[in-house]
Each structure stands twice: as C-alpha cells, then as structure tokens.
Design a protein around this ligand. Sequence first.
Ligand SMILES: NC(=O)c1ccc[n+]([C@@H]2O[C@H](COP(=O)([O-])OP(=O)(O)OC[C@H]3O[C@@H](n4cnc5c(N)ncnc54)[C@H](OP(=O)(O)O)[C@@H]3O)[C@@H](O)[C@H]2O)c1
Length: 389
Amino acid sequence: MSNITMSEVEDDEIELLHWGILGFVGNLNYHMGKEDPNGPHHALVGVASSRSEDMAKELVDSFDVPDCTLTFRDYSELVHSSLIDVVFIATPHSHHFQNALLALEAGKHVVCQKSLTVNAAQAKKLFEIAQRKQLFLMEGWWLWWPQASRKTCQLLREGEIGEVNRIVANFGIRNNYCMFRSESGRLTSRELAGGALLERNLALHWILRALPGGASRPTQVTSTMKKYPKSGVDETTTVEMIFSTGVREIHAKASASLSTAAGSDGQLAYVIIEGSNGKIEIHGWETIPTELYVFKNRYSLSEPYRETLQEAEPLFIPEADEVARCIGEELLESPEMPWAESLLVMEIMDLVRKQNDLHYPPQIETSEPSISPLSKPLWGWLSSTGHQV
Ligand SMILES: NC(=O)c1ccc[n+]([C@@H]2O[C@H](COP(=O)([O-])OP(=O)(O)OC[C@H]3O[C@@H](n4cnc5c(N)ncnc54)[C@H](OP(=O)(O)O)[C@@H]3O)[C@@H](O)[C@H]2O)c1
C-alpha cells in the first residue's frame, strides 16, 4: 500500500463512504468527488490491480483521481483494508464471482458491475453470503439511476400507456466489435465470459422492469444465437419471452449484439413498450437513455420527455448515492436493483445459453471458491501483459 495516511482521505465534517475499486472503469473514478454537495459523500480510498501495485499506480496516474488515492499490493490487500467500506468490482465477467466472494468474505459491502456473475448459481451464492454476513450487495448498472429509466417506470405505474402488452429491448454496440478487436478481448473471449448476452444483459433488465408489478418469471423462452466464429461466444442473441399476468399475456423480445448498433442511426440501444393506450420509446446509447417519447392512443406524439445527461456528467454518483442510502438504512439490497431481478436475469441467461449450447470454461462457471489465490487473475492475464506480481 502506498505511503499515504488516512487523515488525507478522511473528512471529519461529513459522513464519507469509502470506496475501493478492483480493476478499473476509467470514468467511474473520474466521477468521484463530483457528487451533489448536499447528498451523501464518497471517497475513492484506493485502487488495486491484480497484476501489481505498480500497475495500480500507473492506472491511478492515467486517470484524474484525487492525489490521496491509495494503491494496494493486490485485490486481497484492498478488500482486507479497514479503510474501505464498499468494494466496487470492475473486472471482466469471468472474475466477478471470485472477486465478489473475496470482498464479501472480508466483510465488505459490494457493488459488482454487470453482468453480476457468469451464471445464476454464482449469483445465488453471493446473495446467500451477503445475507449471512449482513452486507450490502448490488449489481452495478449506472444506467438505472438517470432520470429516463425512473421516468419510464413512473409512467408505466401511472398507466400512461394503459396495459403493457409488448416490450422490445434492442442493445447493440457501435463499431462492429467482432470485426475490429482481437478475440482475446473482454467482450469476445470465452475465458473472460464474453459475448453479447452477458455484455448487454441490460436488455433483459429493461424488459423485467417494464412488466406490470415488476420482474416476474417468463412462461416461455425461445432464443437464437449467432456465434462469433473465432471464439464461440455469442455475437448476436435474440430472446423471445412470454409473460403471464394471470389474465393476459405480455410478449417480449430482447436482442443483444456485439456487431451491430441497435438503430440504423448508430444508436446503441432502444426500448419500445407498447400498451393498450399508447407506447413509450426510449432511444440512446447503452449507458444513457437520451430521449424518451410517449405516443398516446392513435400514436400521435404527445409531450416528448428528453433526457439531457451527457457523458462527462457524473453518471456514477446517483448509483453511489443509492448505495450510501441503502447502507445507511442497513438494507442488504437496493429496491432499485433488487437481488430477485438480478437472479432472474441470470436464470434467463443460463437457459438461453443452454438452448444455444454456449458454455464457458468450468473454472469460471464454478460456484466454489477458486483454488488459485483469489486476489490474482484466474489465468492468462499476467502472461498476456508481462506484468509481475
Ligand atoms: N456502464 C457500465 O456500467 C459499464 C461500462 C463499462 C464496463 N462495465 C463493466 O465493467 C466491467 C469491466 O469492464 P471494462 O471494459 O472496464 O474491462 P477492462 O478494461 O477490459 O478490464 C477492467 C479490469 O479488469 C482486469 N482485467 C482485464 N482483463 C483481464 C484478464 N484477462 N484477466 C484478469 N483481469 C483482467 C484489469 O484489472 P487489473 O489491473 O486488476 O488486472 C482491468 O483493469 C465489466 O463487468 C463490464 O461489463 C460497465
């Protein structure tokens, strides 16, 4: 750990939530310290790289994080630090389960980037441990916090488009990832649990959110996958589902792609929710829905709702504030991203992968602790980068 004392990151005046990050999502760190001055406060206490402390320092230097940000020798040292309250996991999907397990076992609250785990068994195990140890755990998706997704749920609750009967969620990627990137990259590597379905699992979250009464189990799931020939992960996946309210059916279609954008104009995502009285359309890119339209009755355009968030704005902060609120209220899960919803998404993805014969290596499908040191990468990473531990 670098030679900086906690007095440099403490603030006696305000209640701070102390964050530690495993891996790196550049703009996450950028957002720290730009929160609402009247809201809960967050301190990025430290960062760890699985490769070396020097690599963590290099990462810290390359991003605009506070000078007092600590670097740790490895993941294990970070999660065991008494200076950290919450561990944010920003590693490839393949590593989420082992990294989250490490942090929970060390007694830390956890926010783990989507996809929460590789499969439902792993997610279930993490929830059991969080419950047993009375720790907060949440699948991180900062998309949920901007106004557009909240607004959508509010409009649906208020019956603005009547009874929902069809939901389409289409999530793609700009610049054909499969054509321009190496197959060993995070999104296309089997060893890193790549593939469109896990990467764009938000399409399933949107559908479950739009159902009346919230997430419920589909009565029917059919799916197709186009595999990426170089690694065998799914390049494009389409999932069709039927849900039942007891009196009527709701049809839903989610599609996720690593090779095409969702819309012809380069949009990465769109969601269409059709009801008996109109429809809602959400356009934008995968982390920020930028526009929300409500079409009433005969599909004449009513007041459009337009989301104005920009990339540089502190997207992460509303999510971090929600984590602070939940921890302050001693909640183990956020009502905004409940465990049941994350688990159901994982279960649907398990089924879809089974239907299409997509399996990841046993080392990353296991729901047992890894026999390799948990703070280290499972394999391959050190040799591929040349960094020393
Ligand atoms: N909007 C969002 O919510 C959002 C946006 C982007 C990404 N994500 C999620 O954040 C996570 C990380 O995505 P990313 O694009 O930031 O990934 P990335 O840049 O490829 O990797 C992030 C970190 O994971 C570790 N890592 C990378 N490759 C590895 C390998 N082969 N073996 C072991 N460790 C490896 C590295 O940390 P070390 O230095 O510690 O090894 C790296 O800094 C994913 O779960 C992704 O879905 C979410």
